[in-house]
Design a binder for this molecule. Structure first.
Ligand code: SF4
Length: 684
């Protein structure tokens, strides 16, 4: 094929927070190949299987190409005019009858920064509510909150290069080899080339755990106990970084007081880890000149997810591991743009750039720019929106790019809530499970059919460019929001996403110097970005994110995990596998992925399999107090004893792990306790 007939367009992967960028080579609508480039700032020439082969969904025959309107039990195709006019009439009607806060808005961490900015602007300035949230509520809000409590900024402390250059990496409740594969390769490389030490804490012996210097498996839900015990032991040994604490950290004495309970004996009893092992870990931490801590849902999706995230950051502060290369806290962002969705304001208490809605001066700034009056009180988060639907307080909802009907916890309950809505708009690339509950379904264009920016786990903002025209009548999400706003009397005139970014940069201090010109091609910027364009790869070099510039040790107490009762005798862990992403609406429609892994499975230990007479391939039914699910078994030594591991990737409701999970949640952020689940299992 002649090279000049091939289009080469830079894009950014839509599958995880590493934020790999690469070229997509295409001819007409055919994707020929994915070509990485050494210029790519986060990944260089690396990608993983999803980035390479996970794109066929764009041309799937199952794509939504027309707006749909519910007529009784059926959906019928409609024009954009009909659909938008119905949305404007119904949403306005609900607002006028029941008040602004009777509407809820659920945003998408798969969509762009500009789309998230515009969606929260739609909710706040057109509909007058702060009831807007994104899926970080299901995963990373506890981590961001733990960081905000201690270091004042809810983002990763540095870059992937910092992780690579660190002497010691702790991985806690995360499986980067499958969920953040390219980042995991950097850790593996640093082990070989830099002699980096690696300690993995997890229930499951995942790939990185197998390569670690120490793999440690505490009892489920006890991470805060060993973290506090190690912090106490380090202080008791006088191994803490006195100079760093004296100069840069507040609240040391209160923090020391708060650790009294967390003796090695107490930690051994609660975590099942021996005192000798805890001392060994503390000694390795003490001897390392730099340390990074990486964590994910194994930490955050618990009743005490925020407190455990806080304990991680406390340990980093005690040992002086912030503000220098190769140090800091790194919550690994799961979705490609979960960082950006929060950064650009789809959160109930924050305007873009984490500027509080309750601050009169901040609100006045946005009111002036948007020509409207903004609501003052923080809105409902995702979890509270579902509760408020059940209580009759929220009557209308607008959701885009989020398969809430499969990925929220306790989905039987969530589906019941959807059915109670007076009016429900779902906007997506496919007719999802969630869309089945909608009154209007709008066809959206995926990333290859639009332009915009994503922000990766490093706080790195990157541009991607349009490869194809939107399929059928589908449109970029930002255009749809603009059309709805204008139906309701707004006068938005964004001609392209760069203009939306310009507006965000004018308003939100942390984006002051962000612009499409500066982000051209392979360029990127890591927020906060000064007006002159200087960005911040490493945070906290001079000051922390509080007014006095100092960090704050934040005392936290252990919350024992939820136990549903003895009848449910097996602990159910859940998460991702390498090949698939989330519920799988994109990866199961990508042949290059699905021919390798066509369906999810349940990992069962050889010990348990023998006890129950189960072999690989057996179909089992899992039951919890909230529902049941069916899945095939894989007998593997990756799990031990009574531990089960159930990947979350399925578009089939009957095999969805969230038919089993509960509505219990982190007490601070309301993130569901997905990881605290016990079940019983029977062979079908
Ligand atoms: Fe990179 Fe993550 Fe995409 Fe894999 S899924 S190519 S690691 S961004």
């Amino acid at each position: 094929m002649r090279e000049d007939r091939i289009n080469k367009t830079k894009t950014v992967c839509t599958y995880c927070g590493v934020g790999c960028s690469f070229e997509v080579w295409t001819k007409d609508r055919e994707i020929l190949k994915i070509q990485p480039d050494s210029e790519a700032p986060a990944n260089g020439v690396s990608t993983c299987v999803k980035g390479k082969f996970g794109w066929d969904f764009v041309n799937s025959e199952e794509r939504l190409t027309k707006p749909l309107i519910r007529k009784g039990e059926k959906f019928v195709e409609a024009s954009w005019e009909e659909a938008l006019s119905l949305i404007a009439t119904k949403m306005t009607g609900i607002k006028e009858t029941h008040g602004n806060d009777s509407l809820g808005f659920i945003s998408s961490s798969k969509c762009t920064n500009e789309e998230n900015y515009l969606f929260q602007k739609l909710a706040r300035s057109v509909f007058g509510t702060n009831n807007v949230d994104n899926c970080s509520r299901y995963c990373q809000t506890p981590a961001s909150t733990g960081l905000m409590r201690t270091v004042g900024i809810g983002g990763d402390a540095g870059t992937i290069k910092d992780i690579e250059s660190s002497e010691l990496v702790l991985v806690i409740g995360a499986n980067p080899a499958e969920s953040h594969p390219v980042l995991a390769t950097r850790v593996k490389r640093a082990q070989k080339l830099n002699n980096q030490k690696l300690i993995v804490f997890d229930l499951r012996e995942n790939e990185l755990a197998q390569k670690a210097d120490l793999f440690i498996s505490p009892k489920p839900g006890t991470d805060l106990v060993w973290l506090n015990a190690i912090a106490k032991y380090i202080i008791d040994q006088d191994w803490h970084d006195r100079t760093f604490i004296e100069n840069r950290v507040n609240n040391f004495d209160d923090f020391v007081d708060s650790l009294k309970t967390y003796t090695l004996d107490y930690a051994e009893d609660k975590t099942g880890l021996s005192k000798e092992l805890l001392i060994k870990v503390a000694t390795i931490i003490h001897e390392a000149k730099s340390m990074c801590a990486l964590w994910a849902m194994g930490v955050t999706q618990h009743m005490g997810g925020t407190d455990t995230s806080t304990a991680i950051s406390n340990l980093l502060l005690v040992t002086g591991n912030y503000g220098k290369p190769g140090s800091g806290g790194y919550p690994l962002r799961g979705h490609n743009n979960v960082q950006g969705a929060s950064d650009f304001g789809t959160m109930p208490a924050w305007l873009p750039g984490y500027e509080p809605v309750e601050d009169d001066k901040i609100r006045a700034k946005y009111e002036k720019a948007w020509g409207t009056t903004l609501p003052k009180k923080p809105g409902y988060n995702n979890h509270q929106i579902v509760e408020a639907i059940n209580d009759g307080k929220v009557r209308g909802m607008y959701l885009f790019g989020e398969e809430m009907g499969l990925v929220d916890s306790n989905i039987n309950y969530v589906h019941g809530s959807f059915e109670k809505l007076d009016f429900f708009v779902v906007q997506d690339v496919f007719f999802t499970k969630t869309a089945q509950f909608a009154d209007v379904v709008l066809p959206a264009a995926p990333s290859l059919e639009k332009e915009g920016t994503f922000t990766n786990t490093e706080r790195r903002i990157q541009r991607f460019y349009q490869v194809f025209d939107p399929l059928g009548d589908s449109k970029p999400d930002w255009q749809i929001f603009q059309e709805i706003a204008n139906q309701l009397g707004a006068d938005w005139n964004y001609k392209q996403p760069g203009e939306i970014m310009d507006e965000a940069a004018k308003l939100a201090t942390i984006f002051a110097g962000v612009s499409y010109d500066r982000l051209e091609g392979w360029n990127s910027q890591l927020w906060p970005v000064k007006e002159d364009g200087t960005d911040t790869p490493l945070l906290y070099k001079d000051k922390f994110g509080f007014k006095d510039g100092k960090a704050r040790l934040f005392p936290v107490e252990w919350t024992p995990p939820y136990e549903p009762g003895e009848e449910y005798d097996l602990h159910l862990n859940n998460g991702r596998i390498l090949e698939h992403f989330h519920e799988g609406n994109m990866t199961y429609r990508s042949k290059g992925i699905t021919h390798k892994v066509p369906e999810p499975w349940l990992e069962v230990s050889p010990w348990l399999a023998e006890k129950r007479g189960i072999k690989t391939g057996a179909l089992v039914r899992l039951k919890s107090p909230y529902g049941e699910a069916e899945v095939r078994v894989w007998v593997t030594e990756q799990v031990k004893g009574k531990e089960l591991y159930f990947p979350m990737h399925t578009m089939e409701e009957k095999s969805a792990v969230n038919r089993l999970t509960s509505s219990y949640h982190d007490k601070v952020t309301h993130t569901p306790n997905y990881k605290e689940m016990s079940v019983k299992m029977e062979v079908i």
